[in-house]
Write a protein that binds this ligand. Structure first.
Ligand code: DAK
Length: 263
């Protein structure tokens, strides 16, 4: 792949968008390669992913404006679908995905970070949805995910004004989970990912599915989703081993790697 790299650090996979000259802007090729990288993750080994951008200046400075500038209506729809399919793939990916936001996260960059489960950013990060200044709406789910993540009022303010916000404000409104220095960004993301990877993998996946699916429905149905996933954990070796370890007061025993199944 030309613009995306993938590496493995113990049980954590790191996907890097590597198109630094264009501040990691998302063109069709980057979207295709990202999709391929996610498809290639070995889910029997990897328990958490980190998505980041190459360099210290930009995570992703948006969809590629050069490529978008000459799109026809049908081409625009096709480009939107390519992005939306990828972003849903990330959002519903069986294991957690942490966005390590190393600088600009504008337009499609902010949107791809919001399709991840958790966002950690460097203190030079800048978030925003500048689309209305370019004559378009956010096209990769920004209107939907920002409103759900922060609040409808704050999302409307940011989207209508096209105003960029710095890391501290992104943290204050709940768009990012944590702000660290640029040097600390990857160590912090890896530390959080390792913490997730140390827990029972099927239970972690079930939590992601319960939260995601539950948010799409009303509370009565959402609670049933949780019940079913909770019940399914009692068919796992992790549940039996982890509870036995607790009862035997042997907290040092490690959880086994259990392949993902039936979820
Ligand atoms: N696309 C293409 N190239 C970009 C880019 C982008 N989004 N952002 C930066 N670059 C390129 C620049 O053109 C420049 O290339 P060269 O001139 O060196 O060849 C290089 O990256 C360095 O950028 P600058 O020279 O501009 O660097 P500065 O430090 O001066 O400024 C900046 C950094 C991030 C403030 C600035 O580059 C900037 O404003 N970039 C654009 C940010 C932006 O507006 N992003 C949102 C794009 S709109 C849809 C699907 C998707 C979308 C919408 C609809 N559907 C199909 C419905 C998504 C839309 C967006 O994401």
């Amino acid at each position: 792949m030309e613009f995306v790299t993938y590496e493995v650090n113990d049980r954590v996979g790191i996907i890097t968008i590597n198109r630094e000259k264009a501040l990691n802007a998302l063109n069709s090729q980057v979207l295709d390669e990202l999709s391929e990288a996610f498809d290639g993750v070995d889910l029997s080994e990897i328990r958490c992913l980190i998505l980041t951008g190459a360099g210290e200046k930009s995570f992703v400075a948006g969809a590629d404006i050069g490529e978008m500038s000459n799109l026809s209506k049908s081409e625009g729809e096709a480009f939107g679908k390519k992005g939306n399919d990828l972003f849903r793939k990330i959002e519903t990916f069986p294991i957690p995905v942490i966005a390590a936001v190393n600088g600009f996260a504008l337009g499609g960059g902010c949107e791809i970070s919001m399709s991840c489960d958790i966002r950690i950013c460097s203190d030079n990060a800048v978030f925003g949805q500048p689309e209305v200044g370019l004559g378009i709406t956010p096209g990769f789910g920004g209107t939907q995910r920002l409103a759900r993540l922060v609040s409808p009022g704050m999302a409307k303010q940011l989207i209508y004004t096209a105003r960029n916000i710095k890391a501290d404000e992104a943290y204050r409104i709940g768009l990012v989970n944590k702000v660290v220095s640029a040097e600390e960004l990857m160590p912090e993301a890896l530390k959080m990912a390792a913490g997730i990877a140390a827990n029972a993998p099927i239970a972690v996946r079930a939590c992601k599915k319960a939260i995601n699916d539950g948010l799409q429905t009303d509370m009565d149905k959402a609670i049933v989703i949780e019940e079913k996933l909770f019940g399914s954990c009692f068919e796992t070796e992790d549940q039996k081993a982890a509870m036995a370890n607790f009862l035997e007061k042997d907290k040092e025993k490690k959880l086994k790697v259990v392949p993902f199944k039936n979820m």
